[in-house]
Structures are given as structure tokens and as C-alpha cells.
Design a protein around this ligand. Structure first.
Ligand SMILES: [Zn+2]
Ligand SMILES: [Zn+2]
Length: 137
């Protein structure tokens, strides 16, 4: 069974860390973003930083199937990845920078389980990934 890998992510625009050590999810730092849902509700959301884990907590209830817009809590920029949609449900993907290079993408639709890592430079990133986290040992 693969080890649980905790990712360290940052805003792709201002490069500030999105890790929040005051808000843990599954005992790991949460990834904090600002989410806005149709109807105008806006607040903090914390996603699990464990790769492959779909848990999150939010200041308000997100109705199942609703598509949220995610913003950086530091610079306020939209975190949506342009021209890349979820291959499960077609909703826009949200894209965050990863400390070891590459990107962490996840679906902006509540209830969709699409959450995966895409590396910009596969070779280097994978090697770093393995050495930094001892993944696969
Ligand atoms: Zn930012
Ligand atoms: Zn989706």
C-alpha cells in the first residue's frame, strides 16, 4: 500500500504558501483557499494536503454538485487552470503550485473525486518526490 504523501503547495501567482498549520485535516496542515459558490457565499475552505485524499472542511455547507470558484487568500487571484477541465465531470480544474515542482490539480465541483497531481517536469519532480517523501519505500 502506498504511503500517505503530504503535499506542500503554494499559489501559482504570488507563490505564497497555502499551507495552514492552524487548521489540520487528517493531522496534516490544511491547504487554505477562498471559495465562492453560486448564490454569492464566500469563505475559507481547507483541503486535505494528503495526495489522493478528498477530505476538506469549509466555513459553510457546499451543496453536492455545486461548482466553486477558488481564490488565493494572499493575492486574491482566481486559481482556475485555464483550458483544462475535469475529465470526470467537465468542471474547471483548480491548479496549485507544488513545492517540489509541478502542479496539484483538483476538480472545482463539490462531490467530484477527481484530485490528482500533474508534474510539469516529470523526471525531476518524480525524483524529488521520491527522495523528499521516501515514497515507495
Ligand atoms: Zn496568490
Ligand atoms: Zn470533476
Amino acid at each position: 500500500m502506498p504511503k500517505k504523501v503530504s503535499l506542500n503547495v503554494k499559489c501559482p501567482h504570488c507563490h505564497e504558501s497555502l499551507m495552514d498549520d492552524t487548521h489540520l485535516i487528517n493531522n496534516k496542515k490544511g491547504i487554505r483557499c477562498i471559495i465562492k459558490i453560486p448564490g454569492g457565499k464566500k469563505g475559507n475552505i481547507w483541503l486535505s494536503s494528503i495526495y489522493g485524499d478528498h477530505n476538506y472542511s469549509c466555513e459553510f455547507e457546499i451543496p453536492e454538485g455545486e461548482i466553486g470558484t477558488f481564490y488565493c487568500p494572499h493575492c486574491g487571484q482566481d486559481l482556475k487552470r485555464k483550458k483544462l477541465d475535469c475529465d470526470h465531470c467537465g468542471a474547471p480544474l483548480v491548479s496549485l503550485g507544488c513545492s517540489i515542482g509541478g502542479r496539484v490539480n483538483f476538480c472545482s465541483r463539490s462531490g467530484c473525486k477527481n484530485h490528482y497531481v500533474v508534474f510539469d517536469n516529470v523526471d525531476t519532480a518524480i525524483r524529488k518526490f521520491y527522495s523528499e517523501y521516501g515514497y515507495g519505500n
